[in-house]
Design a protein around this ligand. Structure first.
Ligand SMILES: [Mg+2]
Length: 386
């Protein structure tokens, strides 16, 4: 089988009631506003009629595909390891995010060719995945705007079935307010819900990270993720932080590549390893990180929701939770993800069952059907490689 043609449609969708925070870059609740979000819809066509599909990505990834799109033409779509290694070298001066935008549809293509879900190709067995409610960033607009609001929303998530809840706090944070919020959420949900904190690298100083980390210690949080403005990449800084707090750290969301992830973990910079099915070289790259992490005796936690993440997580033993990102008490919006599926697949606050889990799609490939009419109706730009 050979790759004959690749088509990438850039589609834009409106996200209601969210806007960029003026003092930072987080997407925060702002009733009445609209934010345009883009999705890159990839179709890989072969000479035997099998097509691989995936919708995701970002503008940087799409720009990188331009550096190797032509190389893929004529290649065997099942030789993902060869493609991974060739493209990795081609993108060596960059963050390599473009790899995932091609690798994921290649896995979809393989699953469709063999008539099985990607999970089966990976040796997977899980059919339901426990999810955590991962909040949107804090706002000052009547949503997640106080310790009490975060606590109330945690209780709501617990009642929906979630077994775990992760707070993303304010861009214009104040350490005492964050410390109060950490405690208030624990007090509200009791001892049985796993709690995590992700400041998203907003804390200005290492001292703030220590203060917030100690509050997580007192409240028995499961992990602290990307606390401060080194942007999550300082191995030395996080090794020192691990000596000063008891809460496990979850790092490497902003460290790109297999080797860099493992260097960071071996160097003592993190307890949990982060992998992203898109950012880290697709399913192929994230799987390498998961296996390498297993070899260190540690757990890998996958970033963000989506069908590729579900298929991948279904095959990994050393992982705990599916991240249901961007949940918020006043809005069911989860960006573009609702508008692109034709088969009822969805992520979002209410996309879990009473058991707190999401299902792993069991159709061939990624197991989802995209709504190509809707995607094409929102398409603003098309690129083709042939
Ligand atoms: Mg994060």
């Amino acid at each position: 089988m050979q790759i004959e043609r690749i088509r990438i449609d850039k589609a834009t969708f409106d996200m209601r009631d969210f806007a960029k925070h003026p003092t930072g870059f987080s997407l925060v609740y702002e009733p009445g506003s609209r934010k345009s979000v883009s999705a890159y819809a990839v179709r890989i066509y072969t000479d035997e009629g099998v097509v691989g599909e995936y919708v995701g990505g970002n503008s940087i990834a799409a720009a990188q595909v331009d550096m190797f799109g032509r190389y893929l033409i004529g290649k065997d779509p099942f030789q993902r390891e060869r493609i991974y290694n060739d493209v990795k070298r081609q993108l060596r001066k960059f963050d390599k995010m473009g790899m995932g935008l091609i690798d994921i549809p290649l896995w979809d293509l393989a699953g469709r060719a063999f008539g099985v879900p990607v999970r089966t190709l990976l040796g997977g067995w899980k059919t339901r995945l426990p999810a955590y409610a991962s909040t949107a960033a804090g706002d000052r607009s009547g949503g997640l705007d106080s310790a009490a609001a975060y606590a109330d929303f945690a209780v709501q998530c617990k009642e929906l079935g979630y077994r775990a809840y992760k707070l993303h706090v304010w861009d214009d944070y104040d350490v005492p307010e964050v410390v109060r919020t950490i405690a208030a959420v624990r007090d509200a949900v009791g001892p049985d819900m796993d709690l995590m904190l992700d400041p998203g690298c907003k804390l200005e100083t290492f001292a703030h990270a220590v203060q917030v980390g100690r509050a997580c210690d007192d409240a028995g949080y499961l992990w602290l993720e990307d606390p401060y403005k080194d942007t999550g990449v300082s191995l030395q800084g996080h090794r020192r932080l691990r000596e000063l707090i008891r809460t496990p750290l979850l790092q490497t969301e902003h460290v790109r590549g297999l080797e860099q992830h493992i260097d960071f973990a071996v160097g003592g910079g993190t307890d949990f390893v982060r992998a992203d099915a898109e950012y880290d070289g697709g399913i192929t790259g994230a799987l390498k990180i998961a296996y390498a992490t297993e070899g260190l005796g540690l757990d890998v936690e996958l970033h963000t929701p989506g069908p590729a993440q579900r298929q991948l997580m279904a095959s990994i033993r050393n992982t705990n939770y599916y991240e249901m990102s961007f949940v918020h008490p006043k809005s069911a919006e989860i960006g573009r993800s609702q508008a692109v599926y034709a088969d009822g697949y969805r992520d979002g606050l209410t996309a879990i069952g009473a058991d707190g889990c999401v299902p792993v799609p069991d159709g061939p490939g990624l197991g989802v059907s995209y709504d190509w009419d809707a995607i094409e109706a929102h398409t603003v730009e098309t690129r083709e490689y042939r």
